[in-house]
Design a protein around this ligand. Structure first.
Ligand code: BDR
Ligand code: CA
Length: 312
């Protein structure tokens, strides 16, 4: 599978990227970086660090948007990921350098090089993808598919906009544009992530492994795991990693529903909400396959493989 990932690394983005690196069937074409969890420079530095760790020096890392389409003071997620986005453990910067052009242009170019073959996975705010679709609406028709981590289909959000999820609330206008003009998507929403939270004690046991990725992930995820222990009732919820399983292993999706989904841009409490037209009253076409149940065994096997652990 030829894959383009747009991401804001991010502790759970990192786990997702390790999963892609561990799958021999994935041909990573490029990474687009967007500011979200933390600012664009730190997210870019983190992506480069991961490429270095994984021995992928030639994978192009394209920085893109550093703020939402309509600039505003958006809350980042540094309290979950650390101020540097990777757990504030003082990582030495990578020697690798970011690539030009801007992530939006790079995605358009990649879609021309691989028409009908390139899968898009978005793990952060949708600003880069919205810019790309605005510049070149034909992009939607050239993609082989789009899997998106974002949204909260039952309005159980995780942001200051109570009904909205972080990635889509961070840049609600970009999300609205993408859901209106983008290709149909597979949606991995925050509530699916909550339903499939991982047992923290089990994750801690995995991370006690002495492989390179396990040691690295043990360090960068410490703040996040500690916070989950306090607020997450013993569950660890790396959202982006679940989206990666959905993309890489279609048979891990046990149940899904397809409906029209649009994005609220005006609500005072619900800005960025994924509004699902459950009874198809709007007359809009279905644009989202919403994943509702995952094979947890398949997901856990992929996580362990990404950490370099043998199954047993
Ligand atoms: C999403 O928000 C970010 O903090 C995570 O990286 C994930 O992409 C979950 O709502
Ligand atoms: Ca993310």
């Amino acid at each position: 599978m030829k894959l383009w990932i747009d991401t804001d690394p991010g502790v759970d983005d990192a786990l997702a990227l390790l999963m892609a690196f561990a799958d021999p069937d994935v041909e990573l074409v490029g990474l687009g970086i967007v500011g979200g969890n933390v600012g664009l420079p730190a997210c870019t530095a983190n992506a480069l660090k991961l490429c270095e760790l994984a021995g992928r020096p030639l994978l192009p890392v394209h920085p893109g948007a550093d703020s939402p389409l309509l600039p505003r003071q958006a809350d980042d997620a540094a309290h979950w990921h650390g101020r540097d986005g990777f757990g504030d453990v003082g990582l030495r910067p990578a020697r690798l350098r970011p690539a030009a052009p801007h992530a939006a242009l790079a995605l358009i170019e990649a879609s021309h090089r691989h028409p009908g073959e390139l899968h898009l996975l978005t793990l952060g705010p949708l600003t880069n993808v919205a810019l790309a679709l605005a510049l070149d609406p034909g992009l939607a028709g050239r993609l082989a598919g789009w899997t998106c981590m974002g949204g909260a289909i039952g309005a159980r959000g995780n942001t200051e906009y109570l009904a909205a999820e972080f990635n889509l609330a961070f840049d609600a206008e970009a999300a609205a544009l993408c859901f209106a003009r983008g290709p149909s998507l597979t949606l991995v929403d925050w509530e699916l992530v909550l339903r499939h939270g991982l047992d923290l004690d089990e994750v801690d046991r995995w991370l006690a492994g002495e492989t390179v990725p396990a040691r690295f992930y043990r360090a960068i995820s410490r703040i996040t795991r500690d916070r989950h222990r306090g607020e997450g009732a013993g569950r660890f919820t790396p959202a982006d990693a679940l989206a990666m399983t959905v993309l890489l292993q279609p048979n891990a999706v046990l149940e899904s529903v397809t409906r029209p989904v649009s994005i609220e841009t005006a609500g005072a409490l619900a800005r960025g909400q994924t509004v699902v037209d459950w009874s198809r009253r709007s007359g809009r076409p279905d644009n989202a396959r919403i994943v509702t149940v995952i094979d947890e065994g398949a997901h856990r096997r992929r996580l362990r493989r990404a950490l370099g652990l043998h199954d047993g």
